[in-house]
Design a protein around this ligand. Structure first.
Ligand SMILES: Nc1ncnc2c1ncn2[C@@H]1O[C@H](COP(=O)(O)OP(=O)(O)O)[C@@H](O)[C@H]1O
Ligand SMILES: O=P(O)(O)OC[C@H]1O[C@](O)(COP(=O)(O)O)[C@@H](O)[C@@H]1O
Length: 306
C-alpha cells in the first residue's frame, strides 16, 4: 500500500490574465480550482496510472472539504486528520509568465501531529510512505526526519520530494527514492547546476554520500537524470507547449513510483515518469492516461558514462 502524506494540502486556484495590469483592476480570462499539494498530486497521478494509494495529511474548513471531495470524486482514498483552520489556497497566476503565491497554511497542534504518527503506525513491511511538499510553519522543521525514521522502523520504504531544509533531517534514514530538482540539488553542493553533465557530476557525489536507492534529479524541459547504484540514466522528455507546469514534478514522482510498483525496467519506469511530467506540463490540470500513453514512446533515455 502506498500512503502519500501532504502536510499542507492546497486548493490550487489557477487564474489566467492575458495582460496583467499591476496596481490596477484586472479581469480574468479563465479560472479553475484544483485539489493540490504535492502528495495529493502524486496520489492523483498514481490513480490515473491504475495504482491505488491513500492520501493523508491535515485538512480543514471549506477548502479542506473541497480537497477531500475532489479526491472522493476520483475514487482516491482520503484519510486526513482534520484541523480547525481552513486548508490554504495557492494562487497560480498565468500571465505572460507563471507566478505562484503559496500560502502558509493552517495551524497544526501537537495533538494533530501525534494523530499522524498514530495513523502511520497502522502501516508496515512493504508499504511505501511518500512525503512531499512543504510543511506548515507550526510543525517542527525536522518532522520529515522523524516520520521517515518511524516509517523505516516499521519496515516501510520512504519516498521524499521536498526542499533541502525538510529533506536534510531525513537523510540519516535509508531512503528508497528522492527527487530534488536541479535547483534543490544546487543547495547541497553550493554550485549552480544548469546542465545534464553538472547534474550527473554533483548527483553522483550526493548519491555516494547517502543511503538512497534511487536518486532522480529533475530539470524541467531538460528532463531528468536517475542514479541507481553504479548506473546513471539520462532522460529527455518530449517537446511540447508549456501550458501549466504546476504538478509536473509530482507527476514525475508518481510515474517512477508506478513503474517500480509494476516491476518495470528502470528505462521504462523513467520513460513513464517523464511522460507523466510532460503530460502535466503540457495540459491545464494533471496528467491523463491518454496523454501519458501518447508521450511515453517519445521519451529518449540513454546511459551516461559516469
Ligand atoms: N516544459 C517541459 N517540457 C517537457 N517536460 C517537462 C517540462 N516541465 C516539466 N517537465 C517534466 O516534468 C518533470 C519535473 O519537472 P520539474 O520542473 O523539474 O519538477 P519540479 O516541479 O519538482 O521542480 C521533468 O523532469 C520533465 O519530465
Ligand atoms: O509543481 P510541483 O513542484 O510538482 O508541485 C505543485 C504543487 O505544489 C504546490 O505548489 C505546493 O507546494 P509546496 O507544498 O512546496 O508549498 C501546490 O500548490 C501544487 O499543487
Amino acid at each position: 500500500m502506498i500512503l502519500t502524506v501532504t502536510l499542507n494540502p492546497s486548493v490550487d486556484y489557477v487564474v489566467r490574465v492575458d495582460k496583467l495590469n499591476e496596481g490596477g483592476l484586472n479581469r480574468t480570462n479563465d479560472t479553475a480550482f484544483f485539489a493540490g499539494g504535492k502528495g495529493i498530486n502524486v496520489s492523483q497521478v498514481l490513480k490515473e496510472l491504475g495504482i491505488h494509494s491513500t492520501a493523508t495529511g491535515f485538512t480543514g474548513g471549506f477548502s479542506g472539504h473541497f480537497i477531500e471531495q475532489s479526491l472522493d470524486d476520483k475514487e482516491i482514498t482520503a484519510d486526513f486528520i482534520h484541523v480547525e483552520e481552513p486548508s490554504r489556497i495557492n494562487i497560480k497566476l498565468k500571465t505572460e509568465q507563471e507566478t505562484e503565491i503559496n500560502a502558509a497554511g493552517p495551524a497544526i497542534s501537537e495533538t494533530d501531529v501525534e494523530a499522524l504518527f498514530e495513523l502511520i503506525g497502522r502501516y508496515g513491511e512493504g508499504d511505501i510512505l511518500v512525503l512531499a511538499g512543504s510543511i506548515p510553519e507550526s510543525v517542527p522543521k525536522k518532522l520529515y526526519g522523524l516520520l521517515a525514521k518511524k516509517a523505516h522502523d516499521l519496515g516501510m520504504k520512504i519516498v521524499i520530494d521536498a526542499e533541502k531544509s525538510l529533506l536534510e533531517p531525513a537523510l540519516t534514514t535509508p531512503l528508497h527514492f528522492i527527487k530534488p530538482n536541479h535547483k534543490e540539488l544546487s543547495g547541497y553542493v553550493g554550485e549552480k547546476i544548469n546542465t545534464i553533465e553538472e547534474a550527473v557530476k554533483h548527483g553522483r557525489q550526493f548519491y555516494n554520500h547517502h543511503d538512497i536507492e534511487y536518486l532522480m534529479i529533475s530539470m524541467a524541459e531538460k528532463g531528468a537524470i536517475l542514479i541507481h547504484r553504479d548506473e546513471v540514466y539520462v532522460a529527455e522528455p518530449p517537446a511540447g507547449n508549456l501550458v501549466n507546469s504546476v504538478g509536473a514534478g509530482d507527476s514525475s514522482v508518481a510515474g517512477f513510483l508506478a513503474g517500480l510498483e509494476r516491476d518495470l525496467t528502470i528505462n521504462d519506469a523513467l520513460a513513464l515518469s517523464m511522460a507523466c511530467g510532460a503530460s502535466t506540463a503540457f495540459s491545464e490540470g494533471l496528467a491523463t492516461i491518454n496523454d501519458i500513453q501518447h508521450y511515453q514512446p517519445l521519451v529518449n533515455i540513454r546511459r551516461s558514462e559516469k
